[in-house]
Design a protein. Sequence first.
Length: 304
Amino acid sequence: MNTRYVILIAGPTAVGKTAMAINVARTFQAEIISADSRQCYHELKIGVARPSEEELAAFKHHFIATHSVQDELTAASFEKYAFSVSEHLFKNNNIVILAGGTGLYIRAFLDGLDVVPSVPAELRKALILKYNENGRDWLRDELIKKDSDYAARGDLYNPQRMLRALEVWECFGKSILSYHEHDVKPRPFKVIRIGLDMPREDLYKRINLRVEQMIASGLIEEVAGLEKYKHLSPLQTVGYRELFPYLEGEYTKDRAVSLIQQNTRHYAKRQLTWFRNQERLQWFDPGNNQAVINFINQEFKKDA
């Protein structure tokens, strides 16, 4: 097989992407590049559902615990990272697996991103000042009011991305997502696009249970140890930002857990909206490993 392939395993949080990616990796003796915008931070483990040590040992993963929360990462920097790793991996195997749920990172690597124009420094400073004065809820409400497209499909938990979206709207009067939907850039590989999904009620049960397991595994202690970083964007995401107020006595543990579950469910819903609109996936139940393997082999045969 001379054609190079990237096999994408995508889907909402908690659906079972890691297990499926490992099964595909085992079948084709390939390595995995994570497309998760938070599992790359070595300070974050429990709250981002980083693959277990056993899972990481089963097959080589890339972009897991490779960066610090103090590093500024973007879809463009992930694109550069993934290209570098994949070029290395293709020297030994014509198959690379890309697994994760960060839609913009996936789009950057597989299709490329159009360059978003820069905005005046004065505008950025003014928006940052307003954000510092009014908080993330103000930022979210501004995007809901002004950029309904981003509010429906974008990341409403990452202040850095939200500020970028708002400044683009304020400067150009159009959604930042409009810059991500132009022509697909040429790539030196073919992509096999697999999406995992299950009935919404089952997914939400999995999410609720996983949050409870995170708490039992020491998530509160993990967050407490990261208090000095709480102002950074990676710590302003679901699973972390809900626990800082609890640790400061603003509300109860039960309330914090309930908020994590609720916000994770909302995030999963937005992920599914993105993937259904953007990624041209072939959908499978996460428990149907053989159907996924059969589909991949069928795609290979088309180029044989």
